[in-house]
Design a protein around this ligand. Structure first.
Ligand code: NAP
Length: 548
């Protein structure tokens, strides 16, 4: 470990460390652990008061992960796998947060984090070959390596509706839910937003509130989660097979254990297609995606599955007008993040739950007393926003990141994010992102990607230190070639055909486009490994000393 003296920079006392990590979600927690294990002096900065990232902030009623708990957990520590036991197939937020805290306790991670602290700028010092980060507490940190584990979903977005400040009732944002209990009993509650978050809130609050008014602009497709408890026998069996499972996850496009198929939809005769869809509906989860291989590239196949799900909605929802409004149309199924629910559609059969179809009766404004749509005012005691995020790039553009020759990240990304592997960027030496916007990011298991990315960065730093290299960045050709591959894979994908946070169209003025790597986690991991195996071909290094 290198112990550096405190240095003076810009007349502010700066603390010198080896590695700076931003974020205490699953990526940042693992990064802090990994670099500390390598003997580095590492400091993590986190805006929240504790670990957990998105699971620290998202405490809204019904919050739950739509990946299986055994998949959505760390694979780097066989000890933790054995010590921790999941209670449900799809864990709820309190259990996931408890898991993050368990890991933090077990590995003593908190001592290396500065909580309640936000980075306000990160600037590369070319002469000193280090990143200088300022924070809102006044602390300044300097480090040769900076790891941005800021997460794809960390900057909440309010709806673009006038009058938000006027509302005199209780106002809650799903993405920043308070730490105290919220009482819904007997209240008139309004929810804006029907993505994964809104769906989870609606199915929960609809059963607790006096009246629930759902202001729906775009309906989402949602599939039955079919969650269940994990029995002690099942947990014990799982624990025996963790190593094989983790190996299989590395080869899986989802970075999880969900089965994959090479079977195209039309390879089956019509009756068998229906049978397969019925089975996927019964099995629950994202099994449709493992039933047919071509749903994201074959519009006809996609539409057939969408029709199947629309029929199911019609069978469940008793009021035909509500059923029709809840049926998503005009975009491919799975082109928005597919939601998993527990009796979401059944919620609309409750007498206290009312659907306001904002496609036909648009929201005009928020008033002191509630929400005014074109047809009139709905008075509310409580209003909940489940209106999503400035995703993928929002957190990295929320502060000033300045690379070589004064290059600002917001200028580099003015037409959309570009990088190599989602991890490194030309012009930003020694700056690394985990689950960055040009990797699989939101399209695969974020914990698997985080571990892959941190390990890759750690190997690169080890390589540099062995060779006496001080700064690294991909060449422009390397970055361009990756972005060409990302674009070529994205071109046939139906994901481009929906307006979503995946393509940036949920934020006014944001450049739009599918910039994530849609080739799946396994191919992404192979690409990362190939770069390392080549001795980091396509990367430019600065030399400071003779090789170690
Ligand atoms: P989201 O998918 O972006 O949904 C935001 C919702 O707010 C949309 O229905 C949107 O409607 C609506 N909205 C925004 N502005 C509005 C306005 N002015 N008027 C009316 N409606 C408005 O955000 P999210 O639901 O928070 O989900 C984000 C991601 O988080 C998910 O895709 C998923 O990856 C993750 N997540 C996962 C889980 C899970 O694991 N189960 C749970 C929650 C979240 P429009 O579409 O019409 O704009």
């Amino acid at each position: 470990m290198r112990e550096e003296p405190m240095s003076k920079s810009n007349s502010t006392q700066a603390e010198r460390v080896d590695v700076l990590v931003v974020g205490a979600g699953f990526g940042g927690m693992y990064a802090v652990y990994k670099f500390r294990e390598m003997g580095k002096k590492v400091v993590g900065i986190e805006a929240g008061s504790n670990v957990g990232g998105v699971w620290y902030w998202n405490r809204y009623p019904g919050a739950r992960c739509d990946l299986m708990s055994v998949d959505y957990s760390y694979g780097f520590s066989p000890e933790i796998e054995q010590e921790w036991t999941w209670s449900e197939q799809f864990a709820a937020q309190p259990e996931i947060l408890a898991y993050a805290n368990f890991v933090a306790d077990r590995l003593d991670l908190r001592k290396d984090f500065r909580f309640d602290t936000r980075v306000t700028s990160a600037i590369w010092d070319e002469e000193a070959k280090l990143w200088r980060a300022t924070t809102d507490t006044g602390a300044v940190l300097e480090a040769p390596y900076a790891i941005m584990s800021t997460g794809p979903l960390s900057i909440p977005k309010d709806p673009d509706i006038p009058g938000i400040d006027r509302f005199k009732g209780e106002l809650y944002r799903a993405q920043k839910w308070p730490h105290h209990d919220v009482d819904f009993a007997g209240k008139r509650v309004g929810v804006i937003g029907t993505g994964s978050t809104g769906i989870q809130i609606i199915q929960e609050v609809g059963r607790k509130a006096g009246e629930l008014f759902v202001f729906q602009r775009t309906p989402s497709f949602t599939l039955p989660m079919r969650n269940r408890e994990i029995t002690p026998d099942y947990a014990a069996e799982m624990k025996k097979h963790y190593r094989q499972m983790r190996a299989a996850m590395k080869m899986n496009p989802t970075g999880g254990t969900r089965p994959v198929t090479s079977r195209p939809y039309f390879s089956l005769p019509p009756d068998q297609r229906i049978e397969a869809m019925e089975q996927a509906w019964i099995n629950g989860g994202h099994t449709f995606l493992g039933t047919f291989a071509d749903l994201m590239v074959n519009e006809e196949a996609n539409e057939a599955v969408a029709d199947f799900v629309r029929d199911k909605i019609g069978q469940i929802v008793e009021d035909p007008v509500a059923a029709e409004a809840l049926k998503p149309r005009g975009y491919p199924i799975f082109a928005r993040r597919p939601c998993l629910d527990t009796e979401y559609y059944e919620t609309y059969n409750l007498p206290n739950v009312h659907l306001v179809d904002c496609k036909k009766d648009a929201i005009v404004e928020i008033t002191e007393k509630g929400i005014r749509t074109e047809s009139g005012e709905t008075e509310l005691d409580m209003l909940i926003f489940a209106t999503g995020y400035d995703a993928l790039t929002g957190a990295l553009l929320a502060f000033d990141v300045v690379g070589r020759n004064g290059l600002r990240l917001k200028d580099k990304w003015k037409d959309g994010p570009v990088s190599h592997l989602g991890i490194t960027m030309t012009g930003f030496p020694n700056l690394f992102a985990t689950t960055g916007p040009n990797g699989p990011a939101a399209l695969a298991n974020i914990i698997t990607i985080s571990e892959n990315d941190v390990d890759w960065i750690a190997d690169l730093i080890t390589h540099m230190e062995a060779k006496g290299l001080s700064a690294v960045e991909p060449t422009q050709e390397t970055e361009d070639a990756w972005m060409t591959r990302v674009a070529e894979l994205a071109a046939p994908s139906l994901i481009r055909k929906a307006n979503t946070w995946w393509v940036g169209s949920n934020v006014k003025g944001k450049p739009t486009g599918l910039t994530m790597f849609v080739g799946g986690f396994a191919k992404y991991r192979e690409a990362c490994e190939a770069v390392a195996a080549s001795g980091y071909e396509g990367y430019a290094f600065d030399r400071v000393s003779e090789p170690a």
